[in-house]
Design a protein around this ligand. Sequence first.
Ligand code: UDP
Ligand code: MG
Length: 322
Amino acid sequence: MLSIIIPVLNEEESLDELYRQIRAVCNQEQIEHEVLLIDDGSTDQSWEKIRELSAAHPEVRGIRFRRNFGKAAALTAGMQNSRGDWILMMDADLQDDPAEIPRFLEKSREGFDVVNGWKVRRLDPWHKVYPSKVFNGMIGKLTGLKLHDHNCGLKLFCREVAQEIRIYGELHRFIPVLAHARGFRVTELAVNHRPREFGHSKYGIIRFLRGFLDLLTVVFLIGYGQRPQHMLGAIGLFFFLIGLTGLTYLTGLWLLMHLFALLPADPIGTRPLLAYSVTSIILGAQAMSLGLLAELIVANTVQQRATYSIRETVSLNESDPA
Ligand code: UDP
Ligand code: MG
């Protein structure tokens, strides 16, 4: 079964048409499905629409948040309450085309765990399109997963991905990246994109700043989430050693001048090198103790999920092939 998860924030005008299109394609292709609509604190008639749809169609299910918690929270609520083996997330604004659903399922059958959409011809204002290109390039460089359109609202993935990956804040964009880091097979599929007809976009330019900060978080989590001291400790040690070298040099000079009188006396208290060395030592010690603190957190956090990811087993569970 396929679970279609749709976060909804003030999209009353689109919901009827959106469900009509989903229903048309699923009936035509005989796809067993459920649709989960998550009302993320809408202030319009979205929830009434969801209730109407659900009353008329048993496969439509709804969740209503008390206030706006963000798209990632809405998607998480949807995943936790879904029943399908495959999960498809899409936006509610009709920009994503439900007619693409069969192609996504087909692609997954080629042996992929995650299929990410790619809006080849993107119908959004230029100030969203260009920064987005730069952003996608950066994600590819820093995480090793090169996709054209990480931000695409259309994504299909299997249940294991939903179970193993926790998204919070605005990390929903990084589902493919986080899945890739755990060894899931990720690919992309070119999709049709449509301009927004009703309502307005919920995200502005500020999202790129946040997206960049999120990227730093994700890169750190993927690489050093389980061993923060390897990063912070290395940085700390580097600065500490530089500072130590400077101070050793100055101490040597002082001894030569004052103890052995081999050099003419020249005060070292005013030398820039002294200030640089002391700063460097403090910086290094700070980073190292921060790293130890981070290790303490990792060591004492009850692991909420496995640090590994199993693809298959043999002769281990009863359902395994003999
Ligand atoms: N959305 C949401 N909560 C939010 C912001 C957005 O549920 O806090 C939903 C919104 O209703 C839409 C989807 O997330 O279904 C994508 O939002 P939008 O179309 O505004 O983003 P854009 O297409 O401009 O990137
Ligand atoms: Mg949109």
